[in-house]
Design a protein around this ligand. Structure first.
Ligand code: GYE
Length: 304
């Protein structure tokens, strides 16, 4: 029996599955939660997860995916830092018959080259932020925008969704827009330059930040400019990390849109379904609601 067990355990169908995960980096609090959540989910399911941190560089991600292919992993999770330039490496994975699941951001490659994408609808997030701001200001607002990483689907689509929405309001316009690379330091630095360029900031009605970390950096800059964030300058952002709830509870931010960081479960389920011969939809959506200061203290306690 011992021999039989040993033979069975060493056969591929009984060995624990091995997946590769090419993560972007750790630019934001949201991404750190996502990394921790996906690692924990893999462990819970007995998946051997090979983790690679690309430190924001696409070339590192391409190398990581190639090394996962060379190791013959059973599946690959890829959080693509930018939208373009993936066709070739995705084709290599496809040829090796290794399913690739895009995690939290999209690519502009041929959809047949990956199994599915587990991500939110960024255009909807941008539109939700814009409609909150339109209601709050009666459609009158000079906005500064902190964009995410240049070339990322999250930045491109959050911008276009927001732009389309405020396009319905002739007195809402973006007066300045620049990338803060999804980081707190980037958000602070760019907000400082906006405040300076706008003569101290009195003309700025609101800041729309493509993520909470940049909003948190902007809040610092606004305070240092002797203005009151959430009051003198409205602050709306995306992610719903614990620190933005703290800022809302403290009266420093106005609204955030939740993006669930627990994307590992649906990604692993999709690969399992595919292996069982089931059809998997090309996009598994993960959109969340908008939160306001009234529930922020309770949300912070529940999430911190
Ligand atoms: O909003 C941001 C992160 O790709 C959706 O990337 C993700 C974004 C998220 O760094 O905080």
């Amino acid at each position: 029996l011992a021999t039989l067990t040993a033979i069975l355990m060493s056969s591929p169908s009984f060995a624990e599955p091995t997946y590769g995960f090419s993560q972007i980096g750790s630019e934001s609090g949201w991404r750190t939660s996502e990394t921790n959540s996906i690692k924990a989910e893999a462990e819970r399911r007995g998946i051997d997860l090979k983790f690679s941190d690309a430190q924001q560089k696409q070339e590192n991600q391409i190398k990581a995916v190639r090394s996962f292919i060379a190791q013959g992993v059973d599946g690959i999770l890829l959080a693509p830092v930018v939208e373009s330039g993936w066709d070739q490496v995705l084709r290599e994975a496809d040829r090796a018959d290794i399913p690739v699941v895009l995690i939290d951001r999209g690519v502009d490659a041929d959809p047949s080259l990956y199994l599915t994408k587990v991500a939110s609808d960024f255009k909807e997030e941008g539109a939700l932020a814009g409609s909150w701001l339109a209601a709050e200001t009666n459609g009158n607002c000079d906005i500064v925008e902190l964009q995410g990483t240049v070339g990322s689907s999250a930045a491109i689509d959050r911008k276009s969704g927001f732009d389309a929405l405020i396009g319905n309001f002739p007195n809402m316009k973006i007066i300045r827009s620049q990338s803060g690379d999804f980081t707190r330091a980037g958000g602070k630095e760019v907000m400082e330059s906006f405040l300076k360029a706008e003569g101290g900031g009195d003309s700025i009605c609101a800041v729309f930040a493509h993520n909470d970390d940049m909003a948190l950096g902007a809040i610092q800059a606004i305070k240092e400019a002797q203005l009151d964030p959430a009051d003198d300058i409205l602050v709306v952002s995306i992610d719903a990390v614990p620190d933005i709830f703290k800022a809302m509870a403290d009266g420093d931010a106005n609204a955030t849109i939740e993006l669930n960081p627990h994307l590992g479960g649906p990604a692993f389920d999709a690969i399992a379904a595919h292996n069982d011969g089931e059809d998997v939809p090309k996009w598994i959506k993960a959109n969340g609601p908008l939160y306001l200061p009234d529930t922020a203290a309770a949300e912070y306690e529940a999430r911190k």
